[in-house]
Structure formats: structure tokens, C-alpha cells
Design a protein around this ligand. Structure first.
Ligand code: ADP
Length: 162
């Protein structure tokens, strides 16, 4: 059976923690759709177009990874895209509580769509997009938080001297 999972999130910005989850997810699924949720009421740190562009550069050589945006319910987006699973990450007990309630609601809405959780790797348990945003805000070296090869000048408006 061909398995497609949707990995939904804000990815503002996409971090090495997210990247690691997708790479590990590719061992479980045939295709992963990274779905950037658009919230018209919430103004993000990065414009959605740049978030997408950044993720596309990370997975430019991965034909089994697709990147899309969505504005509807995650489970409806899954159905529209033939996905049977939702992929999410758990870093700590706070994530667990939060993810648990989202997964329960999703199950109520679409019982046939299964949420699969991967525990964050130990080196990424303290990493979040908000931490990456903070470092970037102060124009410091955030390379260890973001996937390799990101052009800081282009995406964040400053360059890092190495
Ligand atoms: P959301 O706004 O939906 O929480 P995020 O972009 O913050 O979206 O995160 C998307 C998913 O990635 C969530 O399941 C989150 O728990 C997971 N995640 C975030 N950071 C990490 C990390 N460092 N390691 C593993 N999973 C992570």
C-alpha cells in the first residue's frame, strides 16, 4: 500500500528539528507532504512564500517530499491529497499534552486518518522555531538551528561571517 503522510505546521522557520522528522518519516511513508498552515489572522515572522521557498531548497533533491500550503482543516487537507496519516513530533510532556488533544480532535473528525508521533532526537528536544526566530532577530549565528546551506542574506537579510 502506498502511504502518504501530511506533516502540518507553521514552520516559521523550518528548523533542523523539522528536517530530522521528515527524514525519519521517509523511512515510514512513501510520500510526505509538508503542509504549511496559513492563518490569515496571524502575521508570521517569515512571509509564507519565503517559508515555502526555504523548505523547497532543503528538499530539492527529495522527490518523495512535497511542499504545499493549506487554509482548511488538516484532516480535510489530508483527504484532498490522498493522505492516510498525519506526522507530528513530540519533544517533551508539553508537546505531548498539546499533540494529544489535536490528535483526538482530528480522530473525531476523520477516524480513518491516523496520527503518527515521532519522539524528537535528544539533540533537538530543546529546539523550536521560536528559539530560531529569537537568534535570527538578533542577527546572530543561527546556522546550527537551520538546515544546511540556507542563504541567510536572502532569507533573513543578514550574512554570517564564518
Ligand atoms: P505548529 O505551529 O503546528 O506547532 P511547528 O512548526 O511549531 O507547528 O511544528 C510542527 C511539528 O513539528 C509539531 O509536531 C512539533 O512538535 C514538531 N517539532 C517542532 N520542533 C521540533 C523538533 N525540534 N524536533 C522534533 N519535532 C519538532
Amino acid at each position: 500500500m502506498y502511504r502518504t503522510a501530511v506533516f502540518p505546521g507553521s514552520f516559521d522557520p523550518f528548523t533542523v528539528g523539522h528536517e530530522s522528522l521528515v527524514i525519519r518519516g521517509l523511512n515510514l511513508f512513501d510520500k510526505i507532504i509538508i503542509a504549511v498552515g496559513i492563518n490569515s489572522e496571524k502575521h508570521g515572522f517569515m512571509p509564507v512564500e519565503k517559508r515555502i521557498e526555504l523548505i523547497k531548497t532543503v528538499f530539492k533533491d527529495s522527490p518523495r517530499v512535497e511542499i504545499k500550503t493549506y487554509t482548511n482543516l488538516t484532516v480535510d487537507f489530508c483527504k484532498e491529497n490522498g493522505a492516510t496519516h498525519i506526522l507530528r513530533g513530540v519533544r517533551n510532556s508539553g508537546d505531548y499534552e498539546y499533540e494529544h488533544s489535536i490528535a483526538e480532535v482530528n480522530r473525531l473528525m476523520q477516524p480513518e486518518i491516523e496520527t503518527v508521533f515521532l519522539l524528537a532526537l535528544p539533540e533537538y528536544t530543546s529546539l523550536s522555531s521560536s528559539i530560531a526566530r529569537e537568534i535570527i532577530h538578533y542577527k546572530r549565528d543561527a546556522r546550527k538551528f537551520l538546515p544546511q546551506g540556507i542563504d541567510f542574506e536572502y532569507f533573513f537579510g543578514y550574512s554570517i561571517n564564518s
